[in-house]
Design a protein around this ligand. Sequence first.
Ligand code: S3P
Length: 461
Amino acid sequence: MRARVASAVASSAAPATLSLGPGGALVGRVRVPGDKSISQRAAILGALTAGETRIDGFLRAGDPLALLAALTACGIEHRFDEAPGGQPDAHPVADSTLRIRGRPVWSTPRAPLDLGNSGTALRLLAGAIAGQPIAATLTGDASLSARPMERVAVPLRAMGAEVATRDGRPPLIVQGARPLRGIEWRPEVASAQVKSAILLAGLAAVGEVAVHEPVATRDHTERMLVAFGVDCCRDGDRVHLGPGRTLRAARIAVPGDLSSAAALVIGAAMTPGSELTIEGVGLNPTRSAFLEVLRAMGADLTVELNRAADAAEPTGRIAVRGRELVATTIDGQLAQQAIDELPMLMVAAATARGTSRLADAAELRHKESDRLANTAAGLAALGIAVALHPDGLTVEGRPRAAAFDGGTVDAHDDHRLAMAFALAALRAGRRVTVTRTAAIDTSFPGFDRIVRGLGLALEST
Ligand code: S3P
């Protein structure tokens, strides 16, 4: 199974080091690959549903492919449609259609399920397996093995599953049960993954299943549950399942990933001369807080919703022109809701006029790497004055054409850092080399080809 994932990813393997000439701008009109969060939810709900679920635009990248391999080990069959012309769909950026033949009762996997780099896959799968009459061990790579899991284990135990962790981290050993008990959960940390794990487990529970969110997190699971025929709604801060919990096979359209688009949009916004349009991108309001931050920084942005679409997720187009930005403060709810885009926003802050402040972002330390410390180190390596705080950063902007010095930056095998530091080259005075960048393939296969086509002077090594 590992071999299958590896070869699927290898068809588009991102370089391990990116070498970038300074300057340039992002000019053009592109689509980005399918949304990672939505693809993973569609795969899990399809796997739990009797019959065939069709998923158009499924992201064929490392994280969703690791999830598919784990579902296969639980007895779930899937196949990708051949691309038009009878060629296997080798091009991961092209839309790919995935068909999953789901089963309400899964089989016990014979070996540990390796979810690679994906916290979403591991935490959501833990929720789904908690409601299955099976046992499974869930593991991941070195990064995932360092991430906190009690936040998901504690509520799943309260619902009646047995969940063991190793000092709060993977591997997770989950012994599911059916039926589970209901739950009224108040997490300390707002997390869409924890909320989703509880809702997925809740499909096998009797009684009330509800999560009170300290801050509204991305609501893809709720929207997709509704698309699969389940009663799921929000009243104030309370997200809950109703009595109708039977899944019906669905046809899902996955929009372009707004977080992947964000790297390009922010890169273009901070680079005078850029003129970029992203088409067919998801515009879910629980994901778009980075656009609000960019507007506060004075970015020239136009966002057009596709009004004709009646899909579960809003989609549309983002157009951006580059210009000099001004410093900003990101804290509270905004920091939580722009969490995946914060490293890239800090790169933009380094080019802006004034001092930018990020606070209330301690969760960044628990992502694919310690994104707070590693963003600070990367900006410092490029000549920026940056202070690291327990829950944020202070960044002194250098509002001149060559805001960044050249140099070598370590992306720490973290896809968002790799993309953020690569795009810093647009405003650098000398060559930028970004090391440990292969993880870009977990979320954005074809990144190097797309940014080169838009005008980034990227040479792969
Ligand atoms: C995700 C939720 C977020 C986000 C992650 C993807 C998801 O994490 O950072 O990249 O797909 O549910 P939280 O669970 O901390 O909200």
